[in-house]
Design a binder for this molecule. Structure first.
Ligand code: NAD
Length: 260
């Protein structure tokens, strides 16, 4: 379905981004992987994707907290492949604290990586996608782009901002062959959430398993995690012809969290 298309997935060395990258590669897209991590592990991932799916996969370690690096990732991809079809803005970080104790540096970092990076990426990618008369922009937001939780001031602000940005770009690109949508996952068991499970277990003096059960029962009625593979499937759907008229909106993959 995506043969000869070129996709950038930011933050694809781990978790949801890696699940999305693998699904796009399975469907035939060439990939630009991005994110931090051990160089040899990243190379193993890159080679694995090329070997398994017969696509071209390159790695670009651009730091999503830096505007010029984000813009450079897009321009370098267009230079290298001669096109850009799919941009998945997925890189993200989390930090939790009450608003009056929230460290300024953490606020700035979360807004930078979880929101501003998507702006810089989209701003640089849209002209190329419009020229091609086809493009798919998928922003990985969160249930926290739609509703709030305590102690997540920066994350909730950034994700709500990302949903707002999605609507604007959906409108500005409508009818051009480019769509822009946000995916809003609930709990997905990745390193980002593993840390929150560990923190909860330590704070409440409970086991990891009890923390998992509390985390899910508090928010996610299905009482189960969504998976990176399922998020990959959701992004693939948004890249399919069935989704040609879906733009400027959100798709929740949250086990019923935001239905409450
Ligand atoms: P993760 O920690 O497993 O992966 C995050 C990825 O982002 C990694 O590849 C990391 O290297 C990369 N990254 C972090 N800072 C970066 C930077 N400055 N520059 C480039 N790359 C950077 O986390 P995840 O759970 O897979 O999260 C992926 C996205 O999904 C995030 O935007 C997160 O907010 C969102 N999300 C996650 C959940 C969940 O339950 N895990 C729920 C809703 C939304």
């Amino acid at each position: 379905m995506l043969k000869d298309k070129v996709a950038i997935v930011t933050g694809s060395t781990s978790g949801i981004g890696l699940g999305i990258a693998k699904e796009l590669a399975r469907l035939g897209a060439n990939l630009v992987l991005n994110g931090f991590g051990d160089a040899s592990e990243i190379e193993t991932i890159r080679q694995g994707i090329e070997g398994e799916h017969g696509v071209r996969a390159v790695y670009d370690g651009a730091d999503m907290s830096k505007a010029e690096a984000v813009r450079g990732l897009i321009t370098a991809t267009i230079e290298k492949f001669g096109r850009l079809d799919i941009l998945v803005n997925n890189a993200g970080i989390q930090f939790t604290a009450p608003v009056d104790e929230f460290p300024i540096a953490k606020w700035d970092a979360i807004l930078g990586i979880n929101l501003s990076a998507a702006f810089h990426g989209i701003a640089t990618a849209v002209p190329q996608m419009k020229k091609q008369r086809w493009g798919r922009i998928v922003n990985i937001a969160s249930t926290h782009g739609l509703v709030a939780s305590t102690h997540k001031a920066a994350y909730v602000a950034a994700k709500h901002g990302l949903v707002g940005l999605t609507k604007v770009v959906g409108l500005e690109t409508a009818g051009s062959g480019v769509t822009c949508n946000a995916v809003c996952p609930g709990w997905v068991r990745t390193p980002l959430v593993e840390k929150q499970i560990g923190d909860m277990a330590a704070q409440r003096g409970i086991s990891q398993q009890q923390a998992v059960e509390e985390l899910l029962s508090e928010k996610q009625p299905s009482l189960d995690f969504a998976s990176p593979e399922q998020l990959g499937g959701t992004v693939a759907f948004l890249c399919s012809p069935a989704a040609d008229q879906i733009t400027g909106t959100t798709i929740s993959v949250d086990g019923g969290w935001t239905a409450q």
